[in-house]
Design a protein around this ligand. Sequence first.
Ligand SMILES: C[S@@+](CC[C@H](N)C(=O)[O-])C[C@H]1O[C@@H](n2cnc3c(N)ncnc32)[C@H](O)[C@@H]1O
Length: 441
Amino acid sequence: MIFTIKTNPVNQPLLNLDTQSAPDIADEAALHAELTAFAEFGAETQVEGWHGEDGLELPVYINEFWTAKQRQANALHEVSYRACFKPQLPRFFIERLTAPGDVVLDPFMGRGTTPLEAALKGRVPFGADVSPLAERLTAPRLDPPSSRDVAQRLEVVKKLCDAKSVSDAPDEDLLVFYHPETLHCLKVLRSYLQGRQEAGVLDSVDAWIRLVATNRLTGHSSGFFSVYTLPPNQAVTADRQRKINAKREQQPPFRDIFYIIQKKSKQLTKALTEVDLAMLDSVQDQARMVTASADALSQHLPAESVSLVVTSPPFLDVVQYATDNWLRCWFNGIDADAVPIWQCRQVDQWTDRMSASLAEMKTLLKPGGWVAFEVGEVRGGKIKLENYAVRAGLAAGLEPVLILINQQDFTKTANCWGVANNSRGTNTNRIVLFRKAASNS
Ligand SMILES: C[S@@+](CC[C@H](N)C(=O)[O-])C[C@H]1O[C@@H](n2cnc3c(N)ncnc32)[C@H](O)[C@@H]1O
């Protein structure tokens, strides 16, 4: 493999690979033409019209633009998170709208799908989320340690675990999830990591172990630390777990947390090639991960630095991030109730907040930069959030360019604007693409 060094706009050395040369940055006409002609997965694009208030019209492109049939996403993404999107979604926009060395941002990054995919493509990853968990789930995967380093560090913690006796503290709520010895080791690991953090010596190996442990806390197989429970991104309450245990007549079995962390670490890194590692390495020093609300981001990131935003905000109050994440927050020493997650019951409140965040994105975007803003289906398809997203973007001073609907299992007869499809549970991603005007005039 031949590497060539290119110079990016901020004169940082940048790795570029012959085999993955940067696409031409799409101008709008080329993008419309490509989406219209798109037939990569067999179906032709359906082009419809969206008509808004004030006579605004936008083209709507409907097709299977990315798919499970496509080449697999890198296993490094395989960290579970409520309402995360597939890496193929940010990849679609990153490949078309940016070149290596460009900055790609997600201000609602969750598990960090956008920044991680951007980094794997040699783009500089910027990510933010109001939950401190997001940074902890994302940053370590931009700098994965070797399996040997992980094993050695786990050995250190294991010795601490063996040296201390199992506490008889009344952890009744945690003991409905964990065998007493599993809980003992988990608490030793937790206090080891918190001690390292407080002493300012937490390094990338510790951060990696914390990420992997956070993801193994609860789940439905022996690959998790807990007894059988809901999937790992939805921790149930202790009372609910008591009921699950009673119904299934189960007791938490012993789990070797060190073995599980090592195994999951290997799974996450198994597909990383030399090229992937070189890509991550090339952008690491410029990466920025921030814990902040999306309506206050310009206090933390440089204005006019971002070429593309690919993001997916909370969809009204559909996901209960605080309750789903209570155990992850416990392990990470985060007060889940103190994280000011946006949960909007009313669509008008949601629109106002999205408008404030889109205004921040506009400040951070370079002239001519793009925002791909994904919204899901809410209230059984009765509320079309993309309509409100267009309104929010206009209020923020961004230009709506098009709406793209990625529909899985696309058929030519599908009409994904229709209620019928929603009630059949059609799985769509609905993306409004905005652009910042090329000049500030
Ligand atoms: C739909 S999820 C994003 C998932 C992400 N696309 C991924 O692939 O993991 C929405 C995210 O918005 C975050 N969030 C909620 N309120 C926020 C706010 N005020 N500012 C920034 N992030 C916020 C939540 O913590 C959650 O991680």
